[in-house]
Design a protein around this ligand. Structure first.
Ligand code: S3P
Length: 163
């Protein structure tokens, strides 16, 4: 079964996922990178050219493509925007929720033009989105990982819960 890392933008899903995959000697798939490679354009371009709904459809299809595999996956922070993704993850993955303080996340993602849902957003807009998604992350998560900790500590926490 796939091990999937979920959580808000900037929580460290890709970095921790790569480190975890290295420890478990498994393939790592970053869903956003996969979508960008398949489409031959960046997520920011997909959002501006075709809109967020179109991106969510690509994201949903990518999730379905990869989930049967025995891999470590990092999703985008908005994977919980679609109800059906929540269902699929609940049924088909061991899902870990990386949760970092919103103040830290804001510093990391604010002004990042590669993240259209953060780039030009104020702190209160980002916090509203974070609060909206919290209960959904919680609903899916097999375990919440405090990703204010270091990458190594997070990896150890996940490994402990897998064994
Ligand atoms: C998004 C998060 C991004 C990416 C897209 C939308 C979101 O992934 O999927 O820009 O709505 O939270 P990261 O969580 O890796 O930044």
């Amino acid at each position: 079964m796939a091990i999937v890392l979920i959580g808000f933008m900037g929580a460290g899903k890709t970095t921790i996922g790569q480190a975890l995959a290295g420890r478990l000697n498994k393939r790592f798939v970053d869903l956003d990178t996969y979508i960008e490679q398949r489409e031959g354009r960046t997520i920011a371009t997909i959002f501006s050219a075709d809109g967020e709904d179109y991106f969510r459809q690509l994201e949903h299809e990518a999730l379905r493509t990869w989930l049967p595999e025995d891999i470590i996956m990092a999703t985008g922070g908005g994977i919980v925007e679609r109800e059906e993704n929540i269902h699929i993850l609940n049924q088909n993955a061991d899902t870990f929720w990386l949760n970092t303080d919103i103040e830290k996340l804001f510093v990391r993602i604010s002004g990042d033009l590669s993240r259209p849902n953060a780039a030009e957003h104020t702190f209160s807009q980002i916090k509203e989105l974070y609060n909206k998604r919290l209960s959904r992350y919680n609903e899916i998560a097999f375990m919440e990982v405090d990703s204010n900790k270091t990458v190594e500590e997070c990896v150890e926490l996940i490994l402990t819960h897998l064994s």
